[in-house]
Design a protein around this ligand. Structure first.
Ligand code: SF4
Ligand code: SF4
Length: 244
């Protein structure tokens, strides 16, 4: 499953809410196909998601309000996604491409790539600006969002899907397994059992740090929780707060 606190969780949670038809490819984000999100509906080779979304858009886009999105990681986008993006602009696609920029090559072990500003040997080099490149290709709708902000992520995706033309949303948050991220101090969250009304909203988010036993309120494992705050954003009575 996606890691505890993985920024991709925020994206797949929003895509599930929006009922979007999602095409993907091979990367850590392929795990978005699993419950509770179940929001990745095709997976072929790396870079295939954008082409697949474009084909589906041409075939059935009109019937489903162009509610189609491709998800692709930053590394995969740079090595295998750019030609398809050029193609959807050229051939007037109406779907959305979500570039999950976690500033690394997540699945295969955190290799650098042209968008990280480092060579494979760790030397500083020119950093490709993904947003500028996407705009240079001809994409006019480019949304930038931190996927930890659930409300903004959903609103931006909604706007992109409704846009009458090809749209790109770039989600920006480093992979939480990067050494630099792991080194940051973490404040785990906890559930105030006196306030919790057991509505279950937070559990729908599916963070593996949360557990619920029988009729008791949910609990958060402080050894697993990294304090991303996403579950807390879903609690209407504000029962989830950083642990003191
Ligand atoms: S804050 Fe909530 S969603 Fe984030 S890691 Fe902790 S338990 Fe999981
Ligand atoms: S969302 Fe809040 S009130 Fe609902 S179960 Fe979770 S902690 Fe309790």
């Amino acid at each position: 499953m996606l890691c505890v606190g993985c920024p991709h969780r925020g994206v797949f949670y929003a895509l599930k809410k929006l009922g979007t038809l999602v095409t993907g490819d091979i990367g850590c984000y392929t795990l978005g196909c699993l419950p509770p999100y179940s929001s990745l509906h095709t997976t072929f080779c790396m870079g295939a998601g954008i082409g697949n979304a474009f084909g589906l858009d041409k075939a059935i886009g009109d019937k489903i309000g162009h509610n189609i999105a491709a998800v692709i990681g930053d590394s995969t986008f740079i090595h295998a996604g750019i030609p398809s993006l050029i193609d959807i602009v050229y051939n007037k696609g109406m779907m959305t491409v979500i570039i999950l920029n976690n500033n690394t090559t997540g699945m295969t072990g955190h290799q650098e790539h042209p968008g990280t500003g480092k060579t494979l040997r760790g030397e500083t080099t020119h950093k490709l600006d993904i947003e500028k490149m996407v705009r240079a290709i001809g994409i006019e709708f480019v949304g930038l969002v931190n996927p930890y902000n659930l409300q903004k992520t959903e609103a931006t995706l909604k706007e992109a899907i409704a846009y009458k033309g090809p749209a790109v949303v770039i989600t920006e948050h480093p992979c939480i397994m990067l050494k630099s991220e792991r080194a940051k101090p973490k404040i785990p969250f906890s559930v105030n059992t006196e306030i919790c009304n057991q509505c279950g909203n937070c559990l729908d988010f599916g963070c593996p740090a949360m557990t619920k036993v029988e009729s008791k309120p949910p609990t958060i494992n402080p050894l697993l929780c990294i304090g991303c705050s996403m579950c807390a954003q879903l609690c209407e009575v504000k029962a989830i707060k950083p642990k003191k």
